[in-house]
Structures are given as C-alpha cells and as structure tokens.
Design a protein around this ligand. Structure first.
Ligand code: TEU
Ligand code: CA
Length: 562
C-alpha cells in the first residue's frame, strides 16, 4: 500500500498555552489579543497550524481543562469578537487553528453538573457517573484520580458519589448517555461551522468506562492502570466512529487524540486510515521513560535507547497505515532542552539538535511555545511560586505522608508542569515582556538572557535554526514527511541516527546526544554523503572513511548521493 498524502501530514503544529503566551491588557494573564499581536511572529517562524490549549469559559481549576461553557470564550482571554478576529488573522496568514476539545469531563460549574447534582431524578443526572457507597460504606471503587486522592467525590445532597479521573472539579461525563454524545457533537459542529480547522482531543481514550466500576489491583503501576483500566474501554471505538460520522467526518479538518493509554499494539485502532476515527495521536511512549513506580515525581534514569525505542516501536507498529504526532514536550511535561538536551553549556547546540529530531522523524511535528527561543525548566525556591493543581495536590499529599519536602521540590523542578507554563520570554523587560502587570505565575529568571528579542537579533540563534529547519522540511516534504524511517545502530547510547527514504532518495540524520566528541560509524563511505544541514555553523569537520567525528550535541543531515 502506498502512503496517502494529506495536508495534516505535511503541516507543523505550534502549541500555544494561552494563559502564558502574551498578555495584551496588563492583567497578568495571556489572552487572545496577545495571540493576535504575535501572529506575524509565528508566520515568520514558519509553522502551519496553531493548537490552542482550551480557551472556553472555565473556573480554571486546571487552567481551562475544566470547561463550564463550551460555547463561550474564557473571560480572562477575551470575547467572541476577539476570537473571530484571531481566527481571521490566522487564516489570512495561511495558517490553521486547532481547538482543544475536553469532553471526557466538564467543570463542576457547568450547568449540566449543577443540575445533575440537584436530585436523583434531575434530567441531567445521568450526564455524569453517580454511584452509591458500597454496602460497607466505602467509596464505589478504589480508582485514584490523576491529580491525587480518590476518583470519587461524595455529594451530600443526594448521598452519592460522582466520578472524577482528574480533580474533583472535573467530573467525568457519561458517554453511555446518548444525550451527552449529541451535546458533544453539537459543540464540535458549532466550532467547525465557525471555521476552525480541527481539534486536539484531551484524554480521548478515557471516554468509554469499564462498567460496572470494579476495583483495580492496587499494586499496578500508573501506566498499566492508564492503559488497562481508564483507557481503551469497551465502547471507545464505537463512540469515536459515531463522533466522526456526526461531526468532524463531514469537514476537511484534522484531529489529534491525546493518546494516553494508547499502545503500539492498539494504535492502529485509533489512527488506521481505514478506521474513520482519528488522524493521529500523541503517544506517550517516550514521555514516561523517566517515571518510576511511584509516578512522575518518582524519577528514574533513562538511556538514549529508551528515547529511540519510543519513536521506533511506533513507526514500526503503524507503518504506512496510520500516523502519529512527534513531540518532545507540551504543557504537561518538562521543557525538552532541559529533559533531553543540555540546558547549560550546550544549550544552543542541544536545542537545535532536538529541533532537528522532531522536524525529521516520520509524523506531524508539534513545537511547544518557547522551544524556538530555547526556554528551559525553572527552579522556583518555594512551593508558593507554583500554580499547577497537580503539583500542589501532590505536594500536600507528600507532606501528609511526612516526606522530605526539599526532595519533593527538587522533583518538581525536574518534572512539574509549571516548568512549561512560565510566561513566554519575549524580551529582557520586566516579567520577560509578557505583561506590564503582575504575571499569574513568575517568569523564569533566566529571561534577561533567553528571550525572543535576543534570538531574533542573532543570526546563529535557536530561533533562526527552527526557521531554517521548517523551510528545509517544506523543501523536502517527499522524503521527510512520506519517506520510510529506519534507525541506524540502534544500541548506540550516544548517537541517534536514522535514515529517511523514498523512491531512491535517502537522507541520513545523525544526532550526537552527548556533550563530548563522538566518532560515529555510518553504513556509508563519506564520499557518498552530501552534507545538507547541521547545527554548527561553518565547515563540517572530521569525515573519514565511514567515520563521522561529531562535536558535542552536533546534528547533521546528509543526502546519500552514491
Ligand atoms: O492530560 C492528561 C494527562 O495525561 C495528564 O494528566 C498527565 O498524566 C499529567 O499531566 C502528567 O503530568 C490532559 C491535559 O493535557 C492536561 O493538561 C489536563 O490537566 C488533563 O488532561 C485533564 O484535562
Ligand atoms: Ca490579559
């Protein structure tokens, strides 16, 4: 089967976390007019699709991932006029807009839920999952919430519990109820009719629950529970197909599922081209490689081969029959240069190397805001500086267990979600030029050095490398988008190298993931390789026989010319 061509395979996504992107009115919170101000910046960079984390009305228990009105814009972010102007501005510049669809759960302040909790016979009662206590008085089952504590919250009014896989202000919607499903399709059609170009679907593998809510074996790991208890429920694919039929399927738009709990084994059920479900998923294979048994704050070492594996197993599993998204960070995970690169001495080189990786693997790349200027993790000195509900809840739990709180704070510096939620660093002005007021979360103190103004003025900067690589990718769409992927010297713990090839055209990408010189043997004579692009300026050195002498964090792309 030949690989099919699609605009969404050729596109590059840029993720905006609106709260932290750009504040236009000095209230300390990023907003839609702030995005409008930066559309030329994004166009110049060369990205194609903007994905906005949720911008709907929300009490912001989880920064918009708790929606109280799917048809209106969050007051902090502006209003529908701002939205219309933003959408028009995006389209005028030839870019597209992806909205975030959060329909596994709503906010507890959504009218559906305020009705639902009123009485057992309220027409909205079964929009959510309500269950009585077990005969012994305990909670309906032993499921845990992702953000700490149990997944069931007691509600006195009707003496029952409701299910929330995330915070207790994020009750899970009952997709078994056809009315709920119709509400969701109506929301999707509303935004598509306004002209948006698709959706990123939050925790979409969780929408079908395993009923009747049996206990889970408490000794299982987070990932195991995600895959086998919360995700991939019995009616999931039926729901997805119905959704596509009744909404997105009738528009030329793209859909990306947040693929938590999706595995290489079942991936094609979601994104197989014959399935009519999703276009692609963000898989979690490489995102969990440093999470220990105790979860994300229980940090374990990982090796380069773990990272390679994450990409390789998925490419092998899907082949030409399905598609993935390629990313190294987003609003939930640490900054890629801090996690996979070197944010000290080789900040510039390693940030460029990682850009090379995400822009040359097979899949639709997603760049998270600030990566293009080399933004890094932050290490705030006190828990008071943190805002993320996940971090704060786990902090409280660790404290109650009597843990070493300094050690916990150190783990937050490495894994906490606020690492990626500090304001985008636009300049060396106060608060990184993000706001003229007081930002809702402090800027990373490294902004006088790392900021957009500085990288735009420097020809050899990370920003300009992203811009060049985005053009390079466009120029070589044939091989870089549609070509096969094959890893070279897989067991190598220092160098990640692979081939991309299509119809007689082959590129070789070589990435030195260390801060030292490395001699790397390629399965070619160097005379048959033509250097195309790399992250060091000037002449390429050290090529002899089949050996490439790579400098620290050096990235090179060659064309095979034999
Ligand atoms: O994330 C779901 C999810 O997998 C996260 O809970 C993840 O496990 C965690 O962030 C790792 O630290 C989505 C959104 O991306 C996230 O921002 C939301 O908080 C969550 O759903 C609930 O909507
Ligand atoms: Ca604002």
């Amino acid at each position: 089967m030949a690989i099919t061509k699609k605009w969404w395979k050729e596109a590059v996504i840029y993720q905006i976390y609106p709260r932290s992107f750009n504040d236009s009115n000095g209230d300390g919170i990023g907003d839609l007019r702030g995005i409008i101000e930066k559309l030329d910046y994004l166009k110049d960079l060369g990205v194609d699709v903007l994905w906005l984390s949720p911008i709907y009305q929300s009490p912001n228990d989880d920064n918009g991932y708790d929606i109280s009105d799917y048809y209106n814009i969050m007051t902090d972010f502006g209003n529908m006029d701002d939205f219309n102007e933003m959408l028009e501005g995006i389209h005028q510049r030839g870019m597209k807009l992806l909205m975030d669809l959060v329909v596994n759960h709503s906010s507890d302040e959504h009218q559906w839920f305020t009705e639902s909790r009123k009485s057992k016979d309220n027409p909205y009662r079964d929009y959510y999952y309500w269950r009585p206590a077990k005969a012994d008085g305990s909670k309906p089952n032993n499921w845990k919430s992702f953000f700490g504590g149990d997944a069931w919250e007691y509600d006195e009014k009707t003496d029952e519990y409701y299910l929330h896989l995330f915070t207790k202000k994020q009750p899970d919607l009952n997709w078994e109820n056809p009315k709920v499903r119709q509400e969701v399709y109506k929301i999707i059609r509303y935004w598509l009719d306004k002209g948006v170009d698709g959706f990123r679907m939050d925790v979409i593998p969780f929408i079908s629950k395993r009923l009747p809510f049996e206990d889970v074996n408490a000794s299982r790991t987070f990932n195991d529970v995600a895959i086998n208890t919360y995700a991939n429920g019995p009616r999931l694919h039926e729901f997805l197909q119905e959704m596509v039929c009744e909404s997105v399927g009738n528009y030329d738009v793209m859909t990306v599922g947040e693929g938590i709990g999706v595995t290489p084994e079942n991936g094609l059920l979601y994104v197989g081209e014959d399935r009519n479900e999703l276009n692609m998923v963000f898989h979690f294979e490489h995102m969990l490689i440093d999470h220990g048994k105790g979860g994300k704050f229980d940090i374990v070492d990982f090796e380069l081969t773990d990272l390679k594996q994450g990409f390789t197993v998925w490419d092998e599993a899907l082949g030409e029959k399905g598609w993935v998204n390629v990313y190294l960070d987003n609003h939930d995970f640490p900054r890629m240069v801090s996690r996979f690169g070197n944010d000290g001495k080789y900040h510039r080189e390693s940030a460029k190397l990682l850009a090379t990786l995400i822009l040359t693997l097979r899949g639709t790349p997603c760049i998270y805001q600030g990566s293009e200027i080399g933004m890094t993790n932050v290490a705030f000195p006190s828990i008071e500086d943190y805002r993320d509900v996940e971090t704060l809840n786990f902090y409280e739990e660790a404290k109650e267990r009597g843990e070493d709180m300094n050690a916990f704070l150190k783990a937050v510096h490495i894994q906490g979600r606020d690492n990626v939620r500090t304001p985008v660093q636009w300049s060396d002005e106060p608060h990184a030029g993000f706001t003229t007021g007081t930002p809702w979360i402090k800027a990373n103190p490294n902004y006088p050095k790392i900021n957009a103004k500085a990288v735009l003025a420097d020809e050899n900067s990370i920003w300009h490398y992203y811009q060049e690589m985005l053009q390079f990718r466009k120029k070589h769409i044939d091989v870089l988008v549609y070509g096969d992927y094959e890893v070279i010297d897989e067991p190598n713990q220092k160098v990640y190298a692979y081939r991309r090839s299509i119809e007689g055209k082959t590129m070789v990408v070589v990435l030195n993931f260390t801060s030292k010189h490395v001699a790397f043997e390629v399965p070619y004579k160097v005379e048959t390789l033509r250097f195309l692009k790399g992250n060091y300026k000037g002449k390429i050195e050290g090529e002899e026989g089949s050996i490439l002498d790579l400098r620290p964090w050096e990235a090179r792309i060659y064309l095979v010319v034999s």
